[in-house]
Design a protein around this ligand. Structure first.
Ligand SMILES: NCc1[nH]cc(CCC(=O)O)c1CC(=O)O
Ligand SMILES: [Zn+2]
Ligand SMILES: [Zn+2]
Length: 327
């Protein structure tokens, strides 16, 4: 099948069908909760820089998520945080059968068959150098090989039962690599491909890197994440990913990039548009509320409504549990 023929993966589930309705007011189905899964099955570890968030072991997922599901949680995105697994140059632990993300997919599908499960796909949590792709000796990226490796990992998550794979690595060509593999392996009509298309190099990822232990051991990510002034590049990345077969495109971070969300909603007007309210934005809103600058609930509504207004209709946000209470 041609990549351009393949639409069904983007609306296989009731939730992904609902996302096709470009909503005008906040509702619970728009909230996707990012969760950190570590390789100690009993873990429930506080993350100091990310208020109220924890790293969870697979054996603790039921107690963590059941109350949220009863309040209307409909989707999660999983991030693997291996502490005991071996890290190497190609991120072998990313698709090891015992990797926490694959274990968590199995556990969650058994416990909560209706929960929509997206998986972040990247190598930085699994490589010894902490970069998101494969590196040459001189520290530059192997672009094509990286995209192929990301494709392998995405397929492993699809095979394990993920409803959506979401590559955050920013390697050129990864969307067509993933879509091709999904189609050729029989997942094209069942698994959504959500691209972190306009992902910027920002100072707002700090708490996440602490949470996931994924800071690069040298250098930075400026050669693959977009420069903050790169509005044109963001538009090109979105257009490219749509052409390569993405079912949904994302902007990340959100608050300083409302213009990019709006551009993306125009370019992808027939697709769901997601935005990631990243760790630093969440920590910043909490810090401001704690300092008495504003009320946490009011700032959370105001900002998420601004993302909706700009054109996003899926929010990857650590505020998800709060919104399940508030809405
Ligand atoms: N693949 C890396 C990745 N996956 C999720 C986030 C950030 C999420 C957040 O800050 O909440 C990042 C950014 C990075 O470290 O460069
Ligand atoms: Zn990464
Ligand atoms: Zn470079």
């Amino acid at each position: 099948m041609e990549i351009s023929s393949c639409l069904q993966g983007g609306y296989h589930k009731p939730l992904s069908r609902q996302w096709q309705n470009q909503g005008k007011s906040l509702d619970k189905s728009m909230f996707m909760y990012p969760i950190f899964i570590t390789d100690d099955p009993q873990a429930s570890d506080e993350i100091t820089s990310l208020p109220n968030q924890r790293r969870w072991g697979v054996n603790r997922l039921e107690e963590f998520l059941r109350p949220l599901i009863s309040k209307g949680l409909s989707s999660v995105i999983l991030f693997g945080v291996p502490f005991n697994m071996n890290k190497d140059g190609r991120g072998s632990a990313a698709d090891d059968p015992n990797t926490p993300v694959i274990q968590a997919i199995h556990t969650l599908k058994r416990l909560f068959p209706d929960l929509y499960i997206a998986c972040d796909v990247c190598l930085c949590e699994y490589t010894d150098h902490g970069h998101c792709g494969l590196l040459r000796e001189d520290g530059t990226l192997f672009s094509h090989e990286s995209a192929q490796r990301i494709g392998e990992v995405a397929l492993a998550y699809a095979r394990a039962g993920a409803d959506c794979v979401a590559p955050s690595d920013m390697m050129d060509g990864r969307i067509s690599q993933i879509k091709r593999r999904l189609i050729d392996s029989g997942y094209g009509n069942r698994v959504m491909l959500m691209s972190y298309s306009a992902k910027f190099s920002t100072s707002l990822y700090g708490p996440f890197r602490e949470a996931a232990g994924s800071a690069p051991s040298f250098g930075d990510r400026k050669c693959y994440q977009l420069p903050p002034h790169g509005r044109g590049l963001a538009r090109r990345a979105v257009q490219r990913d749509l052409n390569e077969g993405a079912d949904c495109v994302m902007v990340k971070p959100s608050l300083p990039y409302l213009d990019v969300i709006s551009d993306t909603a125009q370019l992808a007007r027939d697709y769901p548009v997601a935005c990631y309210v990243v760790s630093g934005e969440f920590a910043m809103m909490h810090a401001g509320a704690k300092a008495g600058i504003y009320d946490l609930k009011k700032i959370a509504f105001e900002t998420h409504e601004s993302f909706l207004r700009a054109g996003a209709n899926i929010f990857l946000t650590y505020f998800t549990p709060e919104f399940l209470e508030w809405l």
